[in-house]
Design a protein around this ligand. Structure first.
Ligand SMILES: [Mg+2]
Length: 350
């Protein structure tokens, strides 16, 4: 049995937990720059049509009395760490997707025991962090995720083995992983709007629609998903990702280091994207020929996973590290203050 656990309105809930004056009110967590976007909206803000990734000015238009609070990443990391520790004591395997979202493989224990485990997890998370977590219980990852979304907020939704296809039948096709707006448009052109319409396709029809991927999509719509919960998928409670290169011979001059920094930025951008994360803080670490180390970092107005932006910020830091006349043996780029990418499209097939 597999559980999908997702903290409700995570950043906003942390703000409301720690400031009673925010409770019961429409709140968004957001930066303050002119181009800031909503990172999380409280459930009280959602009836106004406010959601994450929406520009802040738009949220203010929709709800002039919205309360805007800045993100507090240290608190998110602390809460996330506590929650993942609880998950690890209840599950055989835990796969973190972001600070507030994970799959748990609880083993071959049957539906009732899995539901009892989920209930225990919800209680333990609330006791430890005063936060609500929604959980979906099912025989596979995708159905567990759909069930989790279904029960929000503070939900516990279970789908019995064998009921997967019936459970998905009436759901919009967008509930299936990998079905984004483009695919939805193509399906709508054929009057396909609900999962059951995909599930009912023959092999030929599914293939005609989207090639090989059509067959996989059809299986998903039937509630079939064989992917395992993999525990080696990175530690999202870790606050940073870095890439370092040691030179065979010492290098002198920032200009000589720029190509290396660009390469590292490219690698970091890819790793961020893979994990659905963006970074607010970019830093460099330089080890001089005499083994002394100097570090510099800078913060961005908007979090990024763009290699060019990361490289630009890293070079900016490098120029301020005061190492231009010094032989250097190692240079590294580090990204931190990681946040979930607001609009995340989970594709199964990349
Ligand atoms: Mg969440």
């Amino acid at each position: 049995m597999i559980l999908h656990a997702d903290l409700d309105a995570f950043y906003a809930s942390v703000a409301q937990r720690d400031d009673p004056s925010l409770r019961g009110k429409p709140v968004v967590v957001s930066g303050s720059s002119r181009r800031a976007v909503v990172l999380t909206a409280s459930y009280e803000a959602r009836p106004y049509g406010i959601h994450s990734a929406m520009p802040l000015f738009m949220a203010r238009e929709r709800c002039p009395h919205i309360l805007v609070v800045p993100p507090t990443f240290d608190k998110y990391r602390t809460a996330s760490k506590a929650v993942f520790e609880i998950y690890r004591t209840h599950a055989e395997r835990v796969q973190g997707l972001s600070l507030d979202e994970a799959f748990l493989d609880v083993g071959d224990i049957g539906l009732d025991a899995a539901v009892a485990t989920a209930r225990g997890l919800k209680d333990a998370v609330r006791a430890a962090t005063s936060l609500a977590v929604s959980i979906g219980v099912a025989s596979n990852k995708m159905v567990a995720k759909v069930a989790c979304d279904d029960g929000k907020p503070d939900g516990l939704t279970a789908v019995a083995p064998g009921d997967e296809r019936a459970y998905l039948a009436d759901k919009p096709v967008g509930a299936l992983w990998g079905v984004g707006p483009k695919t939805q448009t193509r399906l709508r052109e054929r009057s396909i709007e609900r999962c059951e319409q995909i599930a009912a396709l023959s092999d030929e029809e599914a293939f005609a629609l989207f090639g090989k991927w059509g067959l996989s999509l059809r299986d998903l719509a039937r509630g079939i998903d064989d992917r395992e919960v993999s525990s080696d998928d990175g530690d999202f409670t870790a606050g940073s990702i870095s890439s370092e290169s040691t030179f065979e011979r010492d290098v002198t001059g920032v200009d000589a280091m720029i190509p290396i920094v660009r390469e590292q930025a490219g690698e970091l951008g890819e790793r961020l994207r893979k994990r659905g994360l963006r970074a607010y803080t970019i830093g460099v670490k330089v080890k001089r020929g005499d083994f002394t180390v100097v570090g510099k970092q800078t913060s961005l107005a908007q979090p990024t996973d763009d290699p060019l932006v990361i490289a630009g910020a890293a070079v900016f830091c490098l120029r301020r590290a005061g190492v231009d006349d010094t032989p250097v043996r190692l240079v590294g780029v580090r990204v931190s203050t990681l946040v979930q990418t607001p609009v995340r499209q989970i594709s199964l097939f990349t």
